[in-house]
Ligand binder design. Structure first.
Ligand code: HSE
Length: 437
């Protein structure tokens, strides 16, 4: 008896997986009780750079040596991208091979099709590395917390953006400056759009939502907002008010049991468990009706932490095969997925931080307060800083307002009216405040 693995992709994550299979193969085989062997690594081109060079003879540019090869039981997809990854995974499942993937974008978009193909072929798809890198949150949600009704799930699911926000907050750097540092440190890609505009974290949130609530929302049905418009000024006002700004992933059920799923910058009270998750770390805070709050944190990216999660999946599949018990737990922890959609953002209720840029003259605050009152929005705190040129009436002055909880639709309408006032000199900056979680 032995378990044979084929790898598709040998970039950063693939190299880590290959390295662990080679260097830790004996140790893992001892834990399993039988040999675990890396048979082949499929790559696009022999000349592509690889962070770790596998032993010669393992590399092939012919994916057909792996997919459908009856001697390979577990196919590990770490190529990334939608195609050909989707086609390769479906072919492997249809050939009766188990699949491990780290591909969050693919599962968020084509998860149903892939999980259905696995069920039809009585094989498994595991994806621990797709969410929060080395943190074993998928297993925690799927098995450790399976008896809990999830009240809410909050996450810091992208290391690049968390690193940028940490640098902006600690060193008062501007967004572009902090992004350049993140690129230099190797966190951000050359084209960082996917990370900074929130899509990478949103794909992970979609998968966590499915694990928590049994529905796999479409990206188009959730509110996604990145961090590129945040300024050091807002981060410093937030600190003055006792808050930290994080790119927050949130899934919950509201009082009417409606699903709420959103990804946007949020102000968290300084003493929230997530407020001290800094640098490139990820974290997931889950609140279950029986367990209460639990927090998992660690490296959300990187060659070896991500490989750690891939290897855990490989080991699970090796054991499943050995015992002949496959599909013990459904891929998302539920026997089937519902078609439930998250409620529209306009119907979400949060508190707000608003930074208006106004002329410093009589009646300005009264006019603004009147508009908020007209939309049933109650103000909690108002801070007006002195105009840059002291005494100069009409100079642009920041007016910072914290509101009580309000309906997003009311806030959008109030801000549209406020934007029409002559005394409002620039677009208002808006950050949602989560102080009730
Ligand atoms: N680029 C991601 C991050 C890791 O910065 O967290 C891969 O999803």
């Amino acid at each position: 008896m032995q378990t044979t693995v084929g790898l598709l992709g040998c970039g950063n994550v693939g190299s880590g997986v290959a390295r662990m299979l080679v260097e830790d193969g004996d140790f893992i085989s001892r834990k399993l009780g039988w040999p675990l062997r890396l048979a082949k690594i499929g790559i696009g081109d022999f000349s592509d750079p690889r962070p770790w060079e596998p032993p010669s003879g393992l590399l092939t540019t012919n994916a057909g040596e792996i997919i459908g090869n009856p001697d390979i039981r577990v196919v590990v997809e770490v190529m990334g991208g939608l195609e050909p990854a989707r086609t390769f995974i479906l072919k492997a499942l249809n050939s009766g091979q188990h699949v491990v993937t780290a591909n969050k974008a693919l599962l968020a978009r084509h998860g149903r099709e892939i999980f259905e193909a696995a069920a039809a072929n009585k094989v498994e798809v595991l994806f621990e590395a797709a969410v929060a890198g080395g943190i074993p949150i998928i297993r925690t949600m799927k098995e450790g917390l399976s008896a809990n009704r999830i009240r809410h799930l909050l996450g810091i699911l992208n290391g690049t953006t968390n690193y940028i926000l940490t640098r902006m907050s600690r060193e008062a750097l501007g967004f572009q400056e902090a992004l350049a540092e993140a690129q230099k440190a190797g966190y951000a890609e050359a084209d960082p759009t996917f990370d900074i505009e929130g899509y990478d974290a949103a794909h992970k949130l979609i998968l966590l939502t499915a694990l928590a609530y049994g529905s796999l929302p479409a990206l188009e049905d959730i509110h996604v907002e990145g961090i590129s418009r945040l300024t050091p000024e807002d981060i410093s006002f937030a600190a003055e008010l006792g808050y930290v700004i994080k790119l927050l992933a949130l899934a919950s059920r509201d009082e009417q049991d409606r699903l709420e799923v959103r990804l946007h910058p949020a102000m968290l009270p300084r003493d929230n468990l997530l407020s001290n998750i800094n640098g490139a770390l990820n974290a997931v805070l889950v609140s279950g009706h029986a367990v209460g709050d639990i927090l998992q944190t660690g490296a959300g990216a990187g060659m070896m932490p991500t490989a750690s999660s891939v290897l855990a999946d490989i080991i699970e599949l090796a054991r499943a095969d050995h015992s002949g018990v496959s599909q013990r737990v459904p891929p998302l922890g539920w026997p089937s997925l519902s078609a439930e959609k998250p409620k529209p953002m306009a119907e979400v209720r949060t508190a707000y931080y608003l930074r208006l840029t106004v002329a410093d003259r009589p009646g300005v605050l009264a006019a603004i307060a009147g508009i908020f009152a007209g939309h049933s929005i109650s103000l909690a705190q108002v801070i007006q800083k002195q105009a840059a040129q002291s005494g100069a009436e009409s100079a642009a002055t920041p007016l910072v307002i914290l509101t009580h909880t309000a309906l997003e639709r009311d806030m959008t309408q109030a801000l549209a009216e406020i934007g029409q006032l002559d005394s409002v000199l620039a677009p208002t900056r808006v950050i949602r405040v989560e102080d009730k979680l």
